[in-house]
Design a protein around this ligand. Sequence first.
Ligand SMILES: N[C@@H](CCC(=O)N[C@@H](CS)C(=O)NCC(=O)O)C(=O)O
Length: 199
Amino acid sequence: MITLYHSPQTRSSSIVWLLEELQVPYETKLVSFRRADGTGEKDPVNPHPHGKVPALHDDGETVFESSAIALYLTDKCRKVRLGPALGEPKRGEFLSWLAYRAGVMEPAFMERRLKIKHIQGMMGWAAPDEVEEVLNEHLAKNKYFLGDEFSTVDVMLGGGLHFMLLFKMATETDVLKEYTARITARPAFKRAAERDAPK
Ligand SMILES: N[C@@H](CCC(=O)N[C@@H](CS)C(=O)NCC(=O)O)C(=O)O
């Protein structure tokens, strides 16, 4: 049984959405974590080395960090195809966009929110305006990140983008609005949101 260490309405919610898309049995273990407002604490049951969510246990394996968990699940649970397998066309593009959420998009928008000066050539990510340009340009030409095929990238990067727009960390454009409306209309997204809703 897949166990997701989870806290509602956090980055681990993307993994709940992914598990719903993949239609595999899973359980969630709700854990506490250190919040930005100073409340909460690391939960000793959470296997993430920094006590962050998400983390996952499956079949004797521990996986932490959203991108790693997303790739692990997409590769392992292939009853539903959510991206090209190793050796298939577009695998490189799939991996690149999958890494882009935690490696480029999140730090860029966080840099903007915290008013950190971007130093070209030093930061490991691109400046927020440039990230927005790339995302808008790509999604203006493609229904989903991989073209016509919905994939894990839309759950992870698209879901992250949806969150950034909701919290005004990214600039709303018609292209991004239409794209995020398209992906959040999916039944699996709605099931995950219902599961996460405050009771
Ligand atoms: N790089 C991690 C980020 C995970 C993360 O920071 N999650 C937040 C909740 S949304 C957290 O657990 N924060 C607690 C902390 O920073 O100690 C990933 O992509 O999975």
